[in-house]
Write a protein that binds this ligand. Structure first.
Ligand code: ACO
Length: 390
C-alpha cells in the first residue's frame, strides 16, 4: 500500500471557495484573482461571497454588516475564562481556542439542522473571534477591554477594540490583509475543520479543531518570527557594520546550516512566489508611503532577496519561495499590531474561510475517513504479565 505522506497532492474535496494553482502562483477567492479582490473588497463582501457563492448587493452587504455587528458581544462565561487565561498569561491563540469553545454558554446552538441555522452559527463565531482576540490582548496587557461598536464595520471595529486609532488608511490596509488570507484551498486548518464537521458534528467544534491546527509554526504561527528575523538581521548589521544584504546572507547561511526553517519562506503548494506575498507587499508599500517606517519596507525587500539566494544555493531543487507570512508581518506591524497578534489576526480573517468550508462540507455530507497502512508488529497471542520480560 502506497502511503502519501502528509497527503501531499491528494485531492480530497471539490470546492467553490478558493482556487490555488501552486505551479503558476495563482489564487482566486470565490472566483476573483486575489490581486483584484483584496485591495477593493470589504471583509463583509468577501465573507458574503464565500458563504453565498456570489458578491452581495449594497443592501446585502449592509445586512451582513448589521448581522455581524449585532453578534459581537461575548457570553459572561467567555469573559470569565479570558480573565483566568490572562492571569496565567497564556498565549493569545490558546486563549482564543478555549474561548471559542465557550461561546455556546449564551445558549445559542452550535449548529442547527438546516443551512440557515448553520449559517447563523457561522455568523456568531465570525462576529465574535475579533472580540475575543481584542478583549484578551487588552486584558493581558492590563487594560480594560473596549466594547464593540455596532456602527463600525468588521475591520474598523477590530482595530478600535484593540485600542488603535483607526484611520481610513489603516482600516484599508487591514481589510486588504483580511481579504487576502480569508481562504486558501485545503490548508491544514481548513482540512481539520472539514474533517470535524464531516462527522455531522457542529460549526463551533469545527472552528475549535481548525484553531488547534492553525497555531503551529508551520502554518499560521510564522509571521511573528518572520518579523523578528528582519529586526534581528537589521540589529546585527548595525553592530557588525556589514551591509544589510551581507548580514542577511550570513544569517541565512548560519540558520540553514543549523537546520532551521526560515519563517516566511516555503510552501507545500506554491513552487513559485506566493501571490499573496505581492498583494501584501504592495499594501504595505501604500501604507508606509502614507506614514510609518518606509525604511523597513526596503530593508525587508533586501532581506527577502538575500534569503532567497541562500535558499536557492543551499536547497537546490526545492523551489522555496517567499510565502504570505513574510509580508503579513510587515503589513500588520505597519497597522500597529504587536507580533503576538499576527497569528490571531490571521485567524480573525480565516474563520470566514473555515466557516464557508464547513457549510460546503455539511451540504456535501460525506464522512472524511482515510485509510492507514499498519507498520507495527503482529503477534498471535496475548501474553500474561508474568511471562513478559522486565
Ligand atoms: N527554510 C529552510 N528550509 C526549508 C524551508 C524554509 N522555510 N521550507 C522548506 N525547507 C526545506 C526543508 O528543510 C526540506 O529540506 P531537506 O529535504 O533538505 O530536509 C525541504 O525544503 C522540503 O521541506 P518539506 O517540509 O518537505 O516541505 P513542505 O512543502 O512540506 O513545507 C512548509 C512547507 C512547512 C511551509 C515549509 O516550507 C516551512 O517550514 N516553512 C517555514 C514556516 C512558514 O513560513 N510557514 C508558513 C507557511 S504559509 C501558511 O501556512 C499560511
Amino acid at each position: 500500500m502506497d502511503v502519501v505522506r502528509g497527503l501531499a497532492g491528494v485531492v480530497a474535496v471539490a470546492t467553490r471557495i478558493s482556487r490555488v494553482d501552486g505551479d503558476r502562483g495563482e489564487l482566486a477567492i470565490g472566483g476573483y484573482p486575489v490581486e483584484e479582490i483584496a485591495p477593493h473588497a470589504t471583509y463583509e463582501e468577501a465573507l458574503y461571497l464565500l458563504w453565498h457563492g456570489r458578491l452581495p448587493s449594497a443592501d446585502e452587504a449592509e445586512g451582513l454588516h448589521h448581522r455581524l455587528a449585532s453578534r459581537r458581544w461575548l457570553p459572561a462565561g467567555t469573559v470569565t475564562l479570558l480573565h483566568a487565561a490572562a492571569t496565567r498569561d497564556l498565549p493569545v491563540m490558546d486563549a482564543l481556542r478555549m474561548a471559542v469553545d465557550t461561546l455556546q454558554l449564551d445558549g445559542r446552538p452550535a449548529r442547527g439542522g438546516d443551512l440557515d441555522a448553520n449559517l447563523d452559527a457561522a455568523v456568531d463565531v465570525v462576529a465574535r473571534v475579533p472580540t475575543i482576540v481584542a478583549a484578551y490582548a487588552r486584558m493581558r496587557s492590563g487594560s480594560v477591554p473596549v466594547a464593540p461598536d455596532p456602527a463600525r464595520r468588521h475591520a474598523d471595529n477590530y482595530l478600535r477594540m484593540l485600542g488603535i486609532e483607526a484611520t481610513p488608511a489603516l482600516v484599508r490596509a487591514l481589510e486588504t490583509y483580511l481579504v487576502t488570507v480569508i481562504d486558501h484551498g485545503l490548508s491544514a486548518s481548513t482540512f481539520a475543520a472539514r474533517v470535524v464537521v464531516s462527522t455531522r458534528s457542529d460549526v463551533l467544534s469545527a472552528v475549535v479543531g481548525a484553531l488547534g491546527a492553525f497555531k503551529g509554526p508551520l502554518h499560521g504561527g510564522a509571521p511573528g518570527p518572520a518579523l523578528e528575523m528582519v529586526f534581528e538581521i537589521r540589529e546585527r548589521a548595525a553592530r557588525s557594520r556589514r551591509s544589510l544584504d551581507d548580514e542577511a546572507r550570513l544569517w541565512a547561511e548560519e540558520a540553514v546550516a543549523a537546520g532551521a526553517r526560515l519563517m516566511g519562506f516555503g510552501h507545500r503548494v506554491y513552487r513559485v512566489r506566493d501571490p499573496r506575498a505581492e498583494v501584501l507587499a504592495e499594501a504595505a508599500q501604500r501604507l508606509f508611503a502614507d506614514g510609518g517606517d518606509p525604511r523597513l519596507q526596503s530593508d525587508a525587500r533586501t532581506v527577502e532577496r538575500a534569503i532567497l539566494e541562500v535558499l536557492r544555493s543551499r536547497k537546490p531543487g526545492r523551489r522555496i519561495e517567499t510565502n504570505v507570512e513574510f509580508y503579513t508581518a510587515l503589513l500588520l506591524h505597519g497597522v500597529g499590531l504587536d507580533p503576538e497578534l499576527f497569528t490571531p489576526t490571521f485567524a480573525v480573517s480565516r474563520v470566514g474561510g473555515w466557516t464557508a468550508h464547513v457549510l460546503e462540507q455539511i451540504a456535501d455530507d460525506t464522512l472524511m475517513r482515510p485509510t492507514s497502512a499498519y507498520v507495527g508488529e503482529s503477534h498471535d497471542r496475548f501474553p500474561p504479565s508474568a511471562s513478559r520480560p522486565d
